[in-house]
Unconditional design. Structure first.
Length: 86
């Protein structure tokens, strides 16, 4: 498994978690349904062991943690760029 696949799983899971939030500003309405919730959490939970297999177990754990913190903190700020307020 490569780092790009791990990063893709992390980004996809984080974006879906954000798009399900009632406070998201990318879509007119948040994604509804149990399927989107299950898919978002499945991608996030699959990304964690993928990082740990690709890198060393300890390095993969902290790489996944760092990437998820970065993504989940940055995604709400990207909506400001869309609205032109940045």
């Amino acid at each position: 498994m490569t780092v790009s696949i791990c990063l893709l799983l992390s980004v996809a899971g984080s974006v879906l978690v954000y798009l399900r939030s009632p406070n998201q500003r990318w879509l007119a309405r948040p994604l509804a349904g149990i399927g989107w919730r299950a898919l978002s959490w499945a991608l996030l939970l699959l990304s964690w062991p993928a990082w740990m297999v690709t890198l060393d177990a300890k390095a993969g754990f902290f790489a996944a943690l760092t990437v998820l913190m970065l993504l989940l903190g940055t995604l709400p700020l990207l909506s400001l760029l869309k609205e032109g307020r940045a």
